[in-house]
Design a protein around this ligand. Structure first.
Ligand code: NAP
Length: 461
């Protein structure tokens, strides 16, 4: 029976890996999702059939309560709040590892058994990584949700305290391994690791928080893998490792797209800020505003239009009108494409998800490098709620907060129309000289309303 279960777990793991591979491309993503879900169903069914002392009533109760909370959250949560939801999920994964490992330790102690060293090492690792993940994720959630200040909290001696806590956590882990019958060591370890989790995340500014959420996601995977060793559950070891690895890969991709190093993000070393020009200096008397009717006229004569979406498109939920506008222009012979920056919005793939929701064909999406290759051939670059990802200061000012971050060079298009509500800065909090360029026009207003007005103007013409 046990080897059959393990073969089943292996099949589930292969399905997870195929699922992940499918998720790397929008065309295969739905199939990938299905494969992953099938693997999960298989793993759950096998785990349930593999238990002798199991209370199915409790499991069903848990499924009902957990399923109801999950469904309510999924329906209620805004797309723009996804990073904080992911932060909470990571935290729950971490605390689950802490509790399962604690329960395993308690069970052994109560049975008067001396657990094997492999088990105690796994218990200590689950408690340590799980507690760091849980408390770190709660801080990340609080910062993203605005419940606690979203700035970086830095104080002198912070690194020394962190190093001391890390050393203490390692020492306590050794204590758990050497003297597993002493339950106090484990809960002390959890306490110290919790404080460490808080202190590791508070120096990270709100702007870098999504990167930390990806990293905490990786930690939650490692905690789950350790718990897999505690429970001798192969599928948990494999899935935990997959989550751990994919989380760290995602973290790296995000750091690269923001031109930040991971140490830079983790130790609250913000990219150089300050000293840059003020908003008045950048915009004073140079910004030209336009109307939906004027933009419609521009679009009517354009042969090639590139749409550059950003966070504001997500906030205003403008994706459907945007797809509509593109269809109208295409029906009149204009070539329309979308330039998608890897960190536009607030999570990786944010724009892809929204545009896919509006049935924009995948072929119309071009990544940043592709877009930049021939952006000078574009007649109108329509920037919808994007700011930092099109800020040319990243190329020109080495002291700016986004210095060196690769951007979409919309300033090189023949005409740039920027739709946003005001001249307020984006995520990085700095002015954008793009808005004051000779070839730029500002269409002030809510993204969705502005696009709907443009569609109405195009239809009237
Ligand atoms: P952004 O720089 O944050 O700017 C978004 C702009 O949208 C704002 O300037 C805002 O201007 C406008 N806006 C907000 N609500 C709007 C509405 N209802 N209608 C129209 N416009 C609206 O966004 P981005 O250019 O997409 O850049 C993303 C930023 O997030 C980057 O700095 C990136 O590094 C950071 N980030 C992204 C990720 C990721 O994975 N995607 C992760 C970490 C960090 P108004 O208030 O004037 O309207």
């Amino acid at each position: 029976m046990s080897s059959l279960i393990n073969i089943g777990y292996l099949v589930a793991s292969v399905l997870f890996i195929l699922g992940l591979k499918g998720l790397t491309h929008p065309r295969t993503a739905v199939r990938g999702n299905l494969l992953g879900a099938t693997g999960m169903l298989l793993a759950v069914v096998l785990t349930l059939t593999n238990q002798q002392i199991i209370s199915y009533e409790m499991i069903i109760l848990g499924l009902i309560i957990g399923g109801a909370i999950g469904a309510a959250l999924a329906i209620k949560i805004e797309m723009t709040s996804m990073p904080e939801l992911v932060a909470v999920f990571n935290g729950f994964g971490g605390i689950a590892s802490v509790l399962v490992a604690g329960a395993a330790l308690l069970e052994n102690t109560l049975n008067g058994e001396i657990p094997m060293m492999q088990l105690t090492i796994a218990i200590a690792a689950s408690g340590l990584i799980g507690a760091v993940t849980f408390c770190g994720s709660l801080v990340a959630f609080g910062k993203l949700k605005g419940l606690i200040g979203d700035g970086a909290v830095l104080f002198s001696g912070q690194q020394v305290i962190n190093a001391f806590l890390a050393a203490a956590a390692l020492a306590l882990s050794c204590w758990v391994v050497i003297d597993p019958a002493n339950g106090m060591a484990y809960w002390l370890l959890v306490g110290v690791a919790s404080v460490l989790g808080v202190l590791l995340v508070i120096p990270v500014g709100g702007a870098d928080m999504p990167v930390v959420v990806a990293l905490l996601n990786s930690y939650s995977g490692l905690a789950a893998a350790a718990t897999g060793f505690v429970l001798s559950n192969n599928v948990l070891i494999i899935t935990g490792s997959l989550v751990g690895a994919s989380g760290i890969i995602l973290t790296q991709i995000m750091c690269k797209a923001m031109n930040r190093s991971l140490t830079n993000v983790l130790f609250g070393v913000l990219a150089p800020v300050g000293g840059g020009p003020s908003a008045d200096e950048v915009y004073g008397g140079k910004v030209k505003s336009t109307s939906a009717e004027e933009v419609a006229m521009l679009l009517e004569t354009a042969r090639r239009v590139s749409i550059i979406p950003g966070y504001g498109m997500a906030v205003s939920q403008a994706q459907h009108p945007v797809a509509n506008l593109a269809a109208i222009l295409e029906s009149r012979g204009t070539t329309v494409e979308y330039g998608v920056h890897p960190v536009a919005g607030r999570m990786p793939g944010h724009m892809n998800v929204l545009l896919a929701e509006a049935d924009v064909p995948y072929e119309a999406l071009r990544d940043m490098d592709e877009t930049n290759q021939d952006i000078d051939q574009v007649d109108v670059a329509l920037v919808i709620g994007a700011n930092d990802v099109v800020n040319p200061i990243a190329r020109t000012d080495p002291n700016s907060a986004i210095a060196g971050m690769p951007i979409i060079d919309v300033d090189k298009a023949k005409t740039v129309v920027i739709i946003k509500r005001s001249l307020s800065p984006g995520f990085a909090g700095i002015p954008n000289p793009l808005f004051a360029l000779d070839n730029s026009l500002m269409l002030f207003g809510d993204g969705k309303k502005a696009v709907l007005d443009m569609i109405a103007a195009l239809k009237d013409s």
